[in-house]
Every structure is written in C-alpha cells, then in structure tokens.
Ligand binder design. Structure first.
Ligand code: GTP
Ligand code: MG
Length: 309
C-alpha cells in the first residue's frame, strides 16, 4: 500500500471518531466567538465521551484553559488548533520512540511473535494482516494455530495468503502447537513465527496460566523467544481495554499493543488513554476488516487524520 493510500485509509478509519470529537466541538463553537468556562466544560465532556479518560481530559482542558489565560487566546476559532496541539503533545509525551518502521523485522531469525488478547478483539484477523505484510516483503511466515479450542480459527487462518500454518487437532495442547511451530520454523529457516492464541478457554484452565505456559515452552528453544508479545485491544471496548492490558502485561509481559476496530467506534480517544497510561507502545492499529487494513501506529499521522478537514 502506498503512503497516500495509507493516509486516506486512516482518515476513513477515523471518520467516526473525527465526527464524534472534532465534529461535535465544531458544533459547540457555532455562534460563540469567545472561549468561556462553559465551553471548556463542554469540551471536557466531549473528550470523555471519546474515551480519552477523565483524568487525561481534565489535563488537556487545564492546559487549554491556562493558554487562553496566559496567551490571551480567547478567540473560539483557536480552540480546535489548540486541541490538536494538546492531543499531539499528549501522544508524544506517552510514546516511547518512533514506530515508523514497525513493519520491518529486527535481525533475529526466526522472529517469534506471540499474539494475546481477550475473546473477539481481532487477534486472528490481525495475524492474517500481519502475515500478509511480511509475506509481501518476501519473508517466510509461519503461523501457529495455538488457539486449539476453536475449529474455525484453523479455517480463518488458512485463507491467509503467503503463510504456512502449523496446527493440530482441536483440543490439542496450545503450548505444544507453539513449540512445534517454532521448531518447524527453525528447520525450514522461516523468518517469522506468529502464534495465535485463544481469547477464552472452554476448559477449567485459566487463560493467563495457559498463556504463561505457551511463553515458557516457547522460550525453551531460546530464552529470547517470544521476541515480541502483542496485546490486541478492541478500541470500542473503552476503558475496559486498559484493565485488560494491565492483566496481560503482568501475566505475560506485553511488548506492544495492537488497537483494532478504530473504524467501528466514535471513541478513538482510547488511543490517548492507552499511550499515556500504559507504559507499552501502540505498534499497530486496525482500521477495517480487509487484509490491508493494518497500519503502523504513527502519532503524527494519527493526529493529522483525526483533525483532517
Ligand atoms: N471493523 C473492524 N473489524 C475488525 C477489525 N479487526 C478485527 N475485526 C473483526 O472482529 C471480529 C473478530 O475478529 P477475530 O480476529 O476473529 O478475533 P479474535 O480475537 O481472534 O477472536 P477469538 O479467537 O474468538 O478470541 C471479526 O469479525 C473481524 O472481522 C478492525 O480493525 N476493524
Ligand atoms: Mg481468534
């Protein structure tokens, strides 16, 4: 996908959030030329409704309030540009480093990526998209169907073009599938192994314990494995996503977040909450259901798309 196409997909994917946030603010400003306290309070409510989070919303508003006071910027026409700057500032304050090349794989071979997240957030879909990107780069991609509780996951993954699938019968031990996949990757000199896991278990086994076991068993090949643990969060689940993230992070050590379904929600403000409150970088965002709807998260592109005309 070209850069321009990527930007227009991002704009399109964020259209509901843009309408909910920027569109609502624009309507609040109509016929009110001067920024006043009531307007700032309405703005705060709009931010909260976009899932920015109460504390962070208050922080953004406080910053705008003091700029209005100190810089004498009371013209309401300046409110959206100030909001854009504040959101950009919050995102850079929380971002660790630039994600510009997150689709390029580090040197380790095979590079082992473990995908985790609760039921239905988009793990398997994201794996299909990631596999597609890596395969298009000419990488040998292997997918481990360690979600052995679900027969359909198998079929879902088989349609991923360009990747080889390692699976076992339904009900097999997920950690064994993951172990075998890494072994196969080593013998076939694969570049990347992506391990799909279940979001909910239909047995008495606790999900976190199962994921810890997968992690442990995979690391027997090499203590560096898995090289990456990506937590998939559904943007429309709101603040609950933050709660999930803390649980997964303490159980399996998450190295990056994939935020999916941004296209399906008006509450994309969750990106801010995640970037600021979790000490985990957002690596990718999902902006649609098709195979090329996964993007590297770029805070500048995100802010530009959110405030695009
Ligand atoms: N609109 C939209 N839909 C998405 C996105 N990512 C995933 N989905 C949809 O979300 C639904 C669930 O996706 P799956 O990939 O099966 O989710 P999962 O996490 O693997 O689910 P379990 O295996 O049941 O835990 C599917 O209908 C996907 O098409 C996205 O970025 N945007
Ligand atoms: Mg799945």
């Amino acid at each position: 996908m070209g850069i321009l196409e990527g930007i227009s997909k991002l704009k399109e994917g964020l259209s509901r959030t843009r309408e909910g946030l920027v569109g609502t603010v624009a309507r609040v400003l109509l016929g009110r030329p001067v920024i006043d306290e009531a307007m700032l309070e309405e703005l705060e409510e709009i931010l909260i409704a976009s899932d920015v989070g109460a504390g962070l919303s208050a922080e953004v508003i406080e910053s705008i309030r003091s700029r209005v006071k100190e810089e004498g910027k009371a013209d309401s026409g300046g409110l959206l540009p100030m909001l854009k700057e504040e959101i950009g500032r919050q995102l850079s304050a929380g971002s660790h480093d630039s994600n510009g090349d997150a689709f390029s794989l580090p040197e380790a071979r095979p590079y082992v990526i473990l995908i985790v997240g609760v039921n239905g957030v988009g793990k398997t879909t994201t794996i299909g998209k990631l596999a597609h990107v890596y395969a298009a780069q000419g990488r040998r991609v292997l997918i481990a169907a360690a979600d052995t509780f679900r027969a359909a996951a198998h079929e879902q993954l088989e349609i991923c073009s360009g990747a080889q699938l390692i699976s076992q019968q339904q009900g097999a031990d997920p950690a064994a599938v993951a172990f075998d996949a890494v072994m196969a990757a080593r013998s076939r000199s694969a570049d990347v192994v992506i391990i799909d896991t279940a979001g909910r278990l239909h047995t008495k086994v606790n999900l976190m314990e199962e994921l810890k076991k997968i992690r442990r068993v995979v690391s027997r090949h090499d203590p560096a494995f898995p090289n990456e643990v990506l937590l998939v969060i559904d943007a429309s689940t709101g603040q609950n996503g933050l709660h999930q993230a803390r649980q997964f992070a303490s159980a399996v050590g998450v190295t990056g977040v994939v935020l999916t379904k941004l296209d399906g929600t008006a509450r994309g403000g969750i990106v801010l909450a995640i970037v600021r409150e979790l000490k985990i970088p957002v690596k990718f965002i999902g902006v649609g259901e098709s195979i090329d709807d996964l993007q590297v998260f770029d805070r500048n592109a995100f802010v530009e798309a959110l405030f695009a005309p």
